[in-house]
Design a protein around this ligand. Structure first.
Ligand code: ZN
Length: 53
């Protein structure tokens, strides 16, 4: 399992979490990176979707 990316905004660059609240059986790739520090969300890149399933 590769390491998740880190938040570029927070001073301590915490690891991002996978927010799977949007994910469903029909849309297994529809998740976001989530930072607990600043509350930002990012859409994963295509490569990340393949690697972090
Ligand atoms: Zn952050």
């Amino acid at each position: 399992m590769p390491q998740p990316p880190h938040c570029p905004h927070c001073p301590e660059h915490p690891q991002l979490w996978k927010d799977t609240s949007l994910t469903s059986e029909a849309n297994p790739f529809d998740w976001r990176w989530y930072c607990t520090g600043c509350g930002s969300r990012w859409a994963p890149t295509h490569e990340q979707k393949m690697r972090y399933l």
